[in-house]
Design a protein around this ligand. Structure first.
Ligand code: R5P
Length: 302
């Protein structure tokens, strides 16, 4: 393997640490300082000249801070003459706004991809983008990993009369890929969002035969929890026996924990692409690591 180092932004040190340990090395030394006015400063504290440098960071809450910190890390690596920079972005924030859903909106996913490209990055490794069009905005190669695959063995353990459910039309392709993996049929919930009111939605109907079935809702992100909890309610109305959730990114906002914990959901599987603070943990939540998935992707790039 070529000589490489693993750097981590501050968004998810436990995941970055696990990945580095699996690759048999400590995280490379970096100083990340935040001044009282919230401005950041970054300094590389190792010799990276001629080395391949991986930067692991999620664009999670606070998204803009983590994004800016990432830019500073990349710049510091360039100044220190790193040979190649490879960005490992387990959760790609800003990925939801991949088009102007209402006239006058900025296409923030495209803005972020264009900014990232100014950093002379060689490749992006990421997991379950909200939309494939985000990858197509990049002119550099993007390895998009299928993060939901880490839940396969947990779901296969359920063995029951399974059906995989997309919680909205936008998630149908993702749910279909998962359904094929676990060899189960597919259903879909019809969801309507109020684009003028953030986090407000309505579930209208279920397409597919869910009666007496064990439903597994598959989604990329949980934020407020409204999508999966709304889907669970309507699935129950249509006769579902039990409802589980697999969602890659636990992008929990205030109130998500209570909403999910008090819902009819049996269990919620999420990954560790985003670090879930201990105050947001609850007994129905099961976190499965993407560490091995990312280790394999890193080895492939080397
Ligand atoms: C939306 O299209 C996404 O795939 C997720 O369903 C959404 O971001 C989840 O948000 P919330 O948990 O707030 O309903």
């Amino acid at each position: 393997m070529k000589d490489f180092k693993i750097f981590a932004g501050s968004s998810n040190l436990p995941l970055a640490g696990k990945i580095a340990a699996k690759l048999g090395m400590p995280l490379a030394k970096i100083e990340i300082v935040r001044f009282a006015d919230s401005e950041g400063r970054v300094r590389i504290e190792e010799d990276v000249r001629g080395k391949i440098c991986f930067v692991i960071t999620s664009f999670s809450n606070p998204v803009d801070n983590h994004l800016m910190e990432f830019f500073l890390i990349c710049d510091a690596l360039k100044q220190s003459e790193a040979e190649k920079i490879i960005a490992v972005i387990p959760y790609f924030g800003y990925g939801r706004q991949d088009k102007a859903y209402r006239p006058g909106e900025s296409i923030s996913a495209r803005v972020v991809t264009k900014l990232i490209e100014t950093m002379s990055i060689e490749r992006i490794v990421t997991i379950d983008l909200h939309s494939d069009s985000v990858a197509s905005f990049f002119d550099i190669p993007v390895s998009q990993l299928f993060g939901l695959s880490i839940f396969q063995s947990e779901i296969e353990k359920l063995k029951d009369d399974l059906i995989i459910v997309a919680p909205d039309a936008g998630g149908a392709k993702r749910a279909q890929s998962f359904a094929e993996k676990v060899n189960a049929p597919l259903a879909m919930v019809e969801k309507k969002r109020n684009l003028d009111k953030i986090h407000e939605l309505e579930t209208l109907n279920v397409i597919g035969q869910v009666k007496k079935k064990t439903c597994v809702i598959v989604d990329d992100i949980i934020a407020g929890g409204g999508t999966v909890v709304g889907a669970a309610e309507i699935l129950k109305k249509f006769g579902a026996k039990k409802v589980f959730v697999c969602a890659t990114h636990a992008n929990f906002i205030d109130g998500a924990k209570e909403k999910l914990a008090n819902s009819s959901l049996e269990k919620i599987f999420v990954s560790d692409t985003i670090l879930v603070p201990s105050a947001q943990l609850f007994s129905k939540l099961k976190i499965v690591s993407v560490d091995q998935l990312l280790v394999e992707a890193i080895k492939k790039v080397l």
